[in-house]
Design a binder for this molecule. Structure first.
Ligand code: GLC
Length: 613
């Protein structure tokens, strides 16, 4: 018989109590956010009653092995702000063949200082072209080429035992046209027809005029004729990616079930793919509508009851003022969001050797709620979208950066132009090594390597989680041969989705090589970033203008010690006068510079992380 004392409750009972407490704290948010979206729908009462039951049942069924991490994170909500949560993003097949291959590479990642893994979509995609896995056929199966759900759980377990975490993509805006829901819809099942959006041809044309094309060259328009569905199906991205109909509350509930199912496999975070597009409304661009933010907040609140240790990441490559609301009101929406504005601004600032655009974006991004964190990055598997900076830079700047990196103007960059919506400037494709101008055969002392390391040095100093794109740590080059593969040739983004080159990675111990020079610098950055908490560095990064255009600077003043990051965007050494507090006694955590007499000299593309005494 179990004995009950005031301090030790049996596990199941303490879990029950925790669920009750969490339910009382978060159910009102679910109810109020969803009432705003579905309250007028005749299905509302039945829907919310069933949802209440399923949330409670899912919370009760949370696997015991995952409960301690939930409790730990719930007790310390500021864990999100802890320094050094370096994240690594990659295609599992291109990095290590399959999921078991990834498990074999964990020492490499730990050596790099990685704390979180974000493999790009790995759930079972449609056959043939699947937009890099972003057309999911079954959310409850792993792509058989990568392994099984057991392999995924095993990877999640390995990571948890190393104090690391796994973030998965949940492609929540659309399914493949081969998903069981779409198959049933095409077969005429009315319940599943209502999972998608079908309009007559005239309405498709009218709505298309309001929308902004994502792939105007390869997939123009946002509708695809489908005789089986009796009209045009809404397809924001490729014709085989069918947008879900979030006006149907059953879609919200099904996607929550998917999140809960994957969280039960040990997944600790979800990247909500294409989050801005969930809600559609005539007369708008159907991006970033209030209902979309409400849906995301309701998912967050449900997970806070069921699996509070799990984080949600907004993939919203939009202007900062449209990204910020993804962090939600009150107790919150997404825990993290891609800091797309700052990422794009970094490349613009590097091209111009002028930190102005970075300062404008950093000021805006500092408006994030303190309970949430930015995912700061330099490159990812998508193109660099200059148009997302339109609020912060005139069109001529966007056009200049687009030409600079896309190969139209003379520059150090080796990137290529990508398609753009009418009125916009072409986006840019290419690995960071290419955009930074690393030419074949160059070593770790090259200007290109210094530029790449500089950008990564900046994002490791910002508040938030630094994200490394696979291969950047060894300066991996483009995959120019993608064009020979008929399945990939049509989409220029495959240029920067190469296979990991493990032979090159073997050189990571050799400082003189490109790979070693970069890898060692990345490792130092991760190590030092992790120690920022210990050094008393905290709070949001805020821009500082030191009066020298080519010096990008920001400070963080929320902790016991002041922190100032200085980055020289130019290829020539530069001296700056340091702000009060940094002139005397400050040290450079990266050990590369030493302030003297109130000023500091930064070498070409030099970086300093100064902390006050
Ligand atoms: C996201 C992905 C991108 C994909 C699109 C459609 O933006 O990052 O790669 O093409 O969603 O799923």
């Amino acid at each position: 018989m179990t004995s009950l004392t005031a301090t030790a409750l049996p596990d199941d009972l303490s879990h029950d109590l925790a669920v009750t407490r969490r339910f009382e704290a978060h159910w009102p948010t679910i109810q109020s956010r969803l009432a705003g979206v579905y309250g007028q729908d005749p299905r509302w009462t039945g829907f919310i009653t069933r949802l209440r039951q399923s949330v409670l049942a899912a919370a009760a069924a949370r696997p015991a092995a995952l409960q301690p991490l939930d409790a730990e994170r719930e007790a310390r909500p500021d864990w999100l702000a802890a320094s050094g949560q370096t994240t690594y993003t990659f295609y599992a097949d291109r990095f290590a063949g399959d999921l078991n291959g990834v498990r074999q590479r964990l020492d490499y990642l730990t050596d790099l200082g990685v704390r979180w893994l974000h493999p790009l979509p790995l759930l079972e995609p449609r056959e043939g072209d699947s937009d890099g896995g972003f057309a999911v056929k079954d959310y409850r199966q792993v792509d058989p080429r990568l392994g099984t759900m057991q392999d995924l759980s095993a990877l999640a377990d390995d990571l948890r035992s190393r104090g690391m975490g796994l973030i998965l993509d949940v492609v929540c805006n659309h399914t493949a046209r081969e998903h069981a829901w779409a198959v049933a819809a095409r077969a005429g099942d009315p319940a599943y027809r209502d999972f998608y959006i079908v309009v007559p041809p005239e309405e498709a044309a009218r709505r298309d005029a309001e929308l902004i094309d994502v792939f105007p060259d390869t997939a123009p328009g946002s509708f695809t004729p489908c005789p089986e569905m009796g009209g045009h199906v809404w397809t924001t991205f490729y014709p085989f990616q069918w947008d879900l109909n979030y006006a149907n509350p059953a879609v919200f509930a099904e996607m929550l079930d998917v999140l809960v199912f994957l969280a039960a496999q040990g997944v600790q975070g979800f990247r909500l793919d294409s989050a801005p597009f969930l809600w559609k409304q005539a007369g708008t661009t159907c991006r970033n509508l209030p209902q979309t933010y409400a849906i995301v907040e309701a998912w967050r609140a449900a997970l806070s009851i069921i699996a509070p240790g799990v984080v949600l990441v907004a993939e919203a490559i939009e202007s900062l003022e449209d990204v910020l609301p993804f962090f939600g009101e009150g107790s919150g929406g997404c825990d993290l969001a891609y800091n797309n504005g700052v990422m794009t601004a970094l490349w613009g600032a590097l091209a111009d050797e002028d930190a102005g655009i970075f300062r404008r974006c950093l000021s805006a991004s500092a408006g994030k709620p303190s309970r949430a964190a930015w995912l700061n990055y330099v490159r990812c598997h998508d193109d660099v979208i200059w148009n997302a900076l339109a609020t912060y830079a005139p069109h001529e700047d966007l056009a200049r950066w687009s030409r600079f990196y896309g190969g139209q103007d003379p520059s150090f960059s080796r990137g290529r132009a990508f398609q753009t919506a009418a009125g916009g400037v072409p986006s840019t494709n290419g690995m960071a090594a290419s955009l930074a101008g690393i030419a074949p055969g160059e070593n770790g002392a090259s200007a290109g390597a210094a530029r790449l390391a500089l950008l990564y040095g900046i994002i490791h100093g910002l508040d938030g989680w630094p994200l490394i794109y696979m291969g950047d740590e060894i300066g991996l080059a483009d995959d120019a041969l993608y064009a020979d593969d008929p399945l990939r040739a049509g989409d220029g983004r495959w240029l920067h989705r190469p296979m990991m080159d493990w032979t090159l990675a073997e050189r990571r111990g050799d400082q003189a090589s490109l790979e070693g020079g970069l890898f060692q610098r990345f490792r130092t950055l991760a190590d030092q970033a992790r120690k920022l908490d210990e050094h008393g560095v905290a709070g949001p990064a805020r821009p500082v203008d030191l009066g020298v255009a080519s010096v990008l600077a920001f400070e963080r003043t929320g902790g016991a010690r002041g922190f100032l990051c200085l980055a020289n965007l130019s290829g020539a050494a530069v001296s700056v006068d340091l702000p009060h507090g940094f002139g005397v006694g400050a040290t450079d955590l990266l050990g590369a510079t030493s302030p003297k007499g109130g000023s500091l000299t930064l070498p070409a593309h030099g970086l300093a992380w100064l902390v006050t005494l």
